[in-house]
Ligand binder design. Structure first.
Ligand SMILES: [Zn+2]
Ligand SMILES: [Zn+2]
Length: 397
């Protein structure tokens, strides 16, 4: 494994920053302390920063040589609204908030790369270090773009990286095409007519209507969608009624839809609306149908994914660059990939044995209260960032 020596020599001090961020988690758009820490650390290393994009976003700018070319490297900084079960030294000190997705580690890996890039400057062009807020549902990537990320900082391509528990530490995964799904939410309110449960003929019961709807939605997945296209409809909440002897007035269904393409998403949304409205019409109840699109699918562009793969192979060898199995989770880096070519990769976080005494006893998986980022990844992830930037800016346009 060819990790950069000077990054290894700084790894302990960067791990200390990672643990400090882990101990002080901040939620979507509230990353005040974290972004202060990032900006101050970059400034200390002589890296100019621009702050305020997307509220708490920070962009560090490292220039070298005369080329006008640029590349963007992105890390996310936010934590999750959940209680940490770990009791080790760097466990969360903020009640009900936790770095359970490893964004503390993503921030640390990009900082480690920044330190090396600023010191050595073995490239010709500009590396933009993008520290974004609010990945966990807030669309911080999109907010930074709305504040002019790509206009203010002209870059040819943008790259992202997420730690991946279960994948061996020391491995990477990247593939072309969709790697994370679009994430969407729906809420359907069926309004019937409440009444006595013993006299159903005097009421219009919304509950059997909801049952039909839940069943019918699955035919979109099994009958309307091409079998080789991926898609999920999960009705995750059904709310109606408060008494065993009362037919409720209304019934509410909520859930999520995931797809890898906008074409499949358009079809699913349209069919869900048709089914909901027509089933309601058939049962003489009224229907309110709301469908909110959150994150688009995360789609790696082929050239950039291949470029990233070669850089990884140069560091860990071909056999430790795995195919990236797409997941139906979602990621707001998708917005950046809609605007720029680029690739979003995984870096193996291992199986959890890296966790110190006092971990919560649960699995070391993302969004689990016993999770912790694996500090061993810092030199490897930072080496990837550095080698990627150097190779990108050296490659023919
Ligand atoms: Zn997450
Ligand atoms: Zn995450």
């Amino acid at each position: 494994m060819k990790v950069i020596d000077s990054i290894v020599s700084q790894a302990a001090s960067i791990a200390a920053i990672r643990r400090d961020i882990h101990a002080h988690p901040e939620l979507c758009f509230e990353e005040i302390r974290t972004s202060d820490l990032v900006a101050q650390t970059l400034t200390q290393w002589g890296i100019p920063v621009v702050r305020g994009l997307g509220g708490t976003g920070v962009v560090g700018i490292v220039k070298s040589g005369t080329s006008a070319r640029g590349i963007g490297l992105r890390a996310d900084m936010d934590a999750l609204p959940m209680q940490e079960f770990n009791t080790f030294e760097h466990a969360s000190r903020h009640e009900g908030k936790m770095h359970a997705c490893g964004h503390d580690g993503h921030t640390a890996m990009l900082l480690a790369a920044a330190q090396h890039l600023a010191k050595e400057r073995h490239f010709d062009g500009t590396v933009y270090l993008i520290f974004q807020p609010a990945e966990e549902g807030g669309g911080g990537a999109h907010e930074m773009m709305r504040d002019g990320l790509f206009e203010k900082f002209p870059m040819e391509a943008v790259f992202g990286m997420h730690n991946w528990p279960g994948m061996p530490a020391g491995s990477f995964a990247v593939s072309a095409g969709p790697v994370m799904a679009s994430s969407n939410e729906f809420k359907i309110t069926i309004r019937g007519k409440g009444g006595h449960a013993a006299l159903p003929h005097n009421a219009i019961d919304p509950v059997p209507v909801a049952c039909q709807m839940v069943q019918a939605f699955q035919t979109i997945i099994s009958r309307n969608k091409k079998p080789i296209d991926a898609g999920v409809i999960s009705v995750t909440m059904i709310h109606a009624g408060e008494a065993t002897n009362v037919i409720p007035d209304s019934c509410e269904l909520q859930g999520t839809v995931r797809t890898f393409t906008l074409e499949v998403l358009d079809m699913v949304e349209q069919r869900m609306r048709q089914i909901a409205e027509h089933i309601c019409a058939a049962f003489d109840v009224s229907c309110e149908f709301e469908f909110d699109r959150n994150y688009p699918p995360t789609i790696n562009s082929p050239h950039e994914a291949d470029f990233a793969r070669k850089v990884m192979a140069g560091i860990v060898g071909e056999t430790l660059v795995l195919p990236q199995e797409p997941t139906m989770g979602a990621e707001d880096f998708a917005y950046m990939l809609q605007a720029k070519p680029g690739a979003y990769c995984f870096i193996g976080n291992g199986n959890g044995v890296h966790r110190e005494m006092g971990h919560g006893g649960g699995p070391c998986t993302l969004h689990n209260p016993s999770y912790d980022f694996n500090d061993e990844l810092i030199p490897l992830g930072a080496t990837y960032w550095v080698r990627l930037a150097e190779a990108w800016l050296a490659a023919d346009e």
